[in-house]
Design a binder for this molecule. Structure first.
Ligand code: AMP
Length: 411
């Protein structure tokens, strides 16, 4: 599909896109919009930056605009649930721009601001409502929002909802929605809880998936450190003894894990900060700002909190735990090697993580060198051919004969 003309969208929507300067659909738009125009449910694996907002907004505007109805008081025809107020505002702004020539009403509700203007807006009913879960539930419990006119439901950034601890609120909202509706779920990754939610929520969905902007993996030197779980803090501290490392991003599996790493580093006077779903927006921004300004050397993050971080000077990415979803590995290491610089990505793998390490190598179709010279090296019974099946010839760093001999263990 070369441009938006081949899509069956209302002329005023096409005009709005032309005004925005969009010439052709992004891959997620090209894949998703035709299904959505047919009224299908959709599972979209995509993250912010891929054009996913337009991918769901355009067909929704088309559907509602083609069939205008009077929206009753406190009713909505389309609900878009998204985790943060920044995203909610962004989506609402986009919807206003794309739907400029249509006679549709839209509103946005999120916490941290006065409730009354939102209550007043909802009193008149709205074609489209963009909301974060907490404030929405609040308004629902007070009877300000009803769903008997609901036609479309979008759950945006589902994995981030999970990470931020909103998933129960999301489920409470879903429980109040009518069964008969078009449902769209977007998530950048597919943790088990989200896959289960998608299964229960979507009816015969179409699945579309796009990979984010190509990462500069070629420029990143990747290696793995096999290490006992208890020795990981010592290993990290050992690596940080190299004072030429100015900016390191560390990924942990859990929020508590991230906090623990920060504490361990503080014990040896290494300044670090954590960003994750339990931190307030202010705390996250401060941590990110300090890291960007190089006031702290180390930023520790969970996957989703770190999404979109673009800090050119990050020289090292440490996967303190391998990600559960191998695709996240590529997103994570893509935080280094930016703006034409070289980057180093080190994967820590303990005795419980060997399977995840193998999955990653299979996914990237590349064997990651194991550094056996680091002081905390453990064999862990990892078969040296892990991930070799389907593997292309190795691209980087050929090993010395001595190192190869050392690695020829079996187990
Ligand atoms: P999103 O992933 O929805 O946050 O979109 C990322 C950015 O891409 C936003 O700034 C959009 O305005 C922009 N965008 C979305 N679709 C297109 C398109 N087809 N052509 C050019 N820019 C786009």
């Amino acid at each position: 599909m070369s441009d938006f003309n081949s899509l069956d969208l209302l002329p005023s929507i096409k005009e709005a896109l032309a005004n925005k300067g969009y010439e052709k659909p992004t891959p997620i738009q090209a894949q998703a919009i035709p299904h959505l125009l047919k009224g299908k449910d959709l599972l979209g694996i995509a993250q912010t930056g891929t054009g996913k907002t337009a991918a769901f907004s355009l067909p929704i505007l088309n559907r509602l605009g083609k069939n205008p109805v009077r929206v009753d008081k406190r009713r909505v025809r389309c609900l878009i649930l998204t985790p943060t107020r920044e995203l909610a505002s962004q989506i609402a702004d986009n919807i206003k721009a794309y739907g400029k020539g249509l006679n549709l009403t839209s509103s946005v509700v999120f916490g941290g601001v006065g409730k009354q203007p939102q209550v007043r807006a909802m009193a008149q009913g709205r074609d489209i409502l963009v909301a974060t879960p907490g404030r929405l539930l609040d308004l629902m419990s007070e009877g300000h929002i009803k769903y008997d006119q609901l036609e479309v439901f979008v759950l945006d950034e589902a994995d981030r909802m999970l990470d931020m601890g909103f998933i129960n609120d999301v489920k409470k909202v879903i429980a109040k929605l009518p069964k008969d509706k078009q449902t769209l779920l977007f998530s950048a990754t597919m943790p088990k809880d989200i896959a289960n939610l998608a299964n229960s929520l979507l009816k015969h969905p179409e699945r579309v998936e796009v990979t984010p902007e190509s990462t500069t993996v070629e420029k990143i030197q990747q290696k793995a450190h096999l290490v006992a779980k208890l020795k990981k803090p010592d290993l990290l501290i050992e690596i940080l003894k190299d004072e030429t490392i100015e900016s390191m991003l560390v990924f942990t599996r859990t929020k508590h894990g991230a906090d623990r790493v920060v504490k361990k580093l503080a014990q040896v006077d290494i300044q670090a900060a954590a960003i994750h779903g339990n931190k307030s927006q202010n705390q996250r921004e401060r941590a990110l700002g300090n890291f960007r300004d190089q006031k702290i050397r180390v930023l520790v993050a969970t996957d989703i909190a770190a999404r979109g971080i673009d800090i050119p000077q990050v020289s090292h990415v440490i996967n303190y735990n391998p990600p559960e979803d191998p695709k996240s590995y590529v997103h994570r290491i893509g935080r280094t090697g930016r703006a034409g610089r070289e980057g180093i990505a080190i994967l820590f793998c303990d005795e419980t993580e060997v399977g995840l390490f193998r999955d990653i190598q299979k996914h990237i179709k590349l064997k990651i060198d194991i550094d056996e010279d680091q002081p905390f090296h453990e064999k862990l019974g990892l078969h040296p051919d892990a991930g070799k099946r389907n593997a292309k010839p190795k691209k980087k760093v050929s090993m010395s004969k001595k190192a190869r001999r050392r690695r020829s263990f079996r187990g």
